[in-house]
Design a protein around this ligand. Structure first.
Ligand SMILES: [Fe+2]
Ligand SMILES: [Fe+2]
Length: 215
């Protein structure tokens, strides 16, 4: 039997890594949202977080099942001390900063990055991403709604101060993510993505969400 071409092996390994990373991030989001439920301000926030915990656990299950069939090593890419460092970061945030970091950065960035992979993916991977990506849109919408409500409850001085510092928060968290030091650029390129284009689309998405927030 002929060996598969190098590009096919590279594609499978890079796509496998991106899927493992997405699954780990979903599990992380599930955990931080679950921790927030009891202290979230108000019933709509609690119910929204609880729904998201259910959605993310569904995504983790779908992805894990697909990874088994995809036949790649599903060993974690982010180690436990790093995950704990990120959990501690989110645990220490007030509600507005929590919403900013989780929805304007992690959810928006994660779902946008995954969306850009879909057209390049094999049919099985594409199908495994269908339900998760639909739900991620709901999650970002929930986070934006809650963030707008929380900001509307502040006086003008506090509100302006927080909005003015949101780009700084975003940069800080993006820097934390870059310190993961994973060859993400290589993985995107090995599945056929134009990485600068992916980054520019991510930046654009964050700008759009920020503009929607301050409108
Ligand atoms: Fe998810
Ligand atoms: Fe999500």
């Amino acid at each position: 039997m002929k060996n598969p071409p190098v590009e096919a092996l590279q594609y499978a390994s890079a796509m496998g890594n991106l899927l493992v990373l997405y699954t780990q991030v979903d599990q992380f989001i599930m955990e931080v949202c679950a921790e927030r439920i009891s202290c979230a301000p108000g019933q709509s926030a609690r119910l929204g977080l609880a729904k998201q915990v259910g959605d993310e656990s569904h995504h983790v299950r779908i992805q894990q099942e697909w990874l088994e069939q995809f036949d790649v090593s599903a060993s974690p890419l982010i180690d436990e001390p790093t995950l704990e460092h990120f959990r501690a970061h989110f645990r220490g945030l007030n509600w507005i900063d929590f919403l900013t970091d989780l929805y304007l950065v992690i959810e928006a960035l994660g779902s946008q990055a995954v969306e850009q992979i879909v057209p390049l993916a094999d049919p099985g991977t594409r199908e495994s991403l269908r339900i998760p990506l639909q739900d991620e849109l709901d999650h970002v919408a929930f986070g934006m709604r809650e963030l707008k409500m929380a900001l509307a409850g502040l006086d003008e001085v506090q509100r302006s101060y927080i909005i003015e510092h949101i780009p700084e928060r975003i940069e800080h968290l993006v820097t934390m993510l870059q310190q993961l030091d994973l060859p993400i650029r290589d993985w995107f390129e090995q599945v056929g993505a134009d990485y600068p284009e992916v980054c520019s689309r991510l930046g654009q998405r964050r700008q759009e969400l920020f503009a929607e927030l301050v409108a």
